[in-house]
Ligand binder design. Structure first.
Ligand SMILES: Nc1ncnc2c1ncn2[C@@H]1O[C@H](COP(=O)(O)OP(=O)(O)O)[C@@H](O)[C@H]1O
Ligand SMILES: [Mg+2]
Length: 313
């Protein structure tokens, strides 16, 4: 296999439901061994895209190739290369952890010699070794997701499709989950993961920012931040609400949001606007400790892009 050929390639992928277009001409590709994120808010089209990639939902238009297999023409053939964990993964709540894993091992026809070794290793990696006899229905949300991942991995796939696996999962379990994903990447598994959590975008090698079924941008997290229209200004203030009110309507200022210790704002030109912001705050006696250009998070970039009339749609 040519290392330069993407392992997943979607081109002009489109899906309509009745009147609405859920996925609208989506094009992206994933390189072998990458963790690639489909990142966007609810309704962006993540689940619909994942279902098409997994070969369980035929697209209205466009093409998908996974590991040299044409998924649209041969969805069954593609399934040997893919492991798919749907947004609502079908765990059997009245079966134990071990029994669920056995069920999926049977389904994927995993040789019995390999099962125990894989189950033991995956359960240890997710900190679940002591819960093997517990009913799945009695696991916490995070543990259910980790069991879902374990079940999806009992057959070692080339490509792992994870649809919003960390939704509703607590931060500690999310961190465990990502640690498992990094381990899989070390083993050469290519991972496509969708998430509505913009902070998780930072953990991906590359990502596509999705909105309204379209890709706004597709790049590395670092490169994406360079697409930020204007600059992020961080104002540290104990009077965040007053600071926001004082600057929200100034020229060249957009996306003024309250954060824990003050306000973030996007400006068109930092050198021009910082003195104006300072003056506006001082003019109404709003106390502030600092005002400076800050490093935008992916969330800041996304919000600024949504507001930017020049951003691609
Ligand atoms: N089976 C369906 N029937 C009708 N509309 C659907 C169906 N599945 C998804 N949609 C619509 O398509 C859009 C994208 O949904 P989805 O792919 O689930 O987004 P996400 O996973 O990003 O939240 C939404 O507007 C949703 O209501
Ligand atoms: Mg979804």
């Amino acid at each position: 296999m040519n290392a330069g050929t993407p392992i997943v390639a979607a081109e002009a992928l489109t899906k309509r439901f009745a009147e609405s277009v859920a996925v609208d001409g989506l094009t992206f590709s994933v390189d072998r061994g990458e963790i690639f994120g489909l990142v966007g808010p609810d309704g962006a089209g993540k689940t619909t895209t994942m279902r098409m990639l997994a070969g369980v939902l035929p697209p209205d238009a466009g093409s998908i190739v996974v590991d040299s297999v044409d998924v649209v023409a041969d969805p069954e053939g593609a399934k040997q290369h893919i492991s798919y964990m749907p947004q609502r993964f079908g765990l059997y709540e009245d079966l134990t952890v071990d029994e669920n894993i056995r069920f999926y091992a049977d389904l994927f026809e995993v040789p019995s010699a390999l099962r125990e070794e894989r189950a033991t290793r995956l359960l240890a990696a997710s900190g679940m070794s002591q819960f093997r006899a517990r009913l799945a229905g009695q696991l916490s949300g995070g543990m259910k997701q980790k069991l879902g991942l374990t079940c999806a991995l009992v057959h070692t796939p080339q490509v792992l499709l994870l649809d919003e696996p960390t939704t509703g999962v607590d931060p500690v379990s999310r961190r465990d989950f990502w640690r498992i994903l990094y381990g899989l990447r070390e083993e050469g598994v290519t991972i496509l993961i969708s998430t509505a959590y913009l902070d998780e975008a930072e953990r991906c090698n590359r990502l596509a920012l999705l909105y309204g079924g379209r890709v706004l941008y597709c790049d590395t997290p670092v490169a994406l931040k360079r697409h930020m229209p204007g600059a992020l200004i961080v104002i540290t203030s104990s009077a965040g609400r007053d600071a926001r009110a004082a600057i929200a309507r100034l020229a060249g200022v957009s996306n003024v949001v309250l954060v824990g210790d003050g306000v973030h704002a996007v400006v068109d030109d930092s050198r021009l606007r910082i003195p104006e912001l300072r003056q506006a705050l001082e003019g109404v006696n709003v106390p502030f400790a600092n005002i400076a250009v800050g490093e935008p998070s992916i969330e800041d970039v996304f919000m600024a892009l949504l507001d930017d009339p020049e951003a691609p749609r």
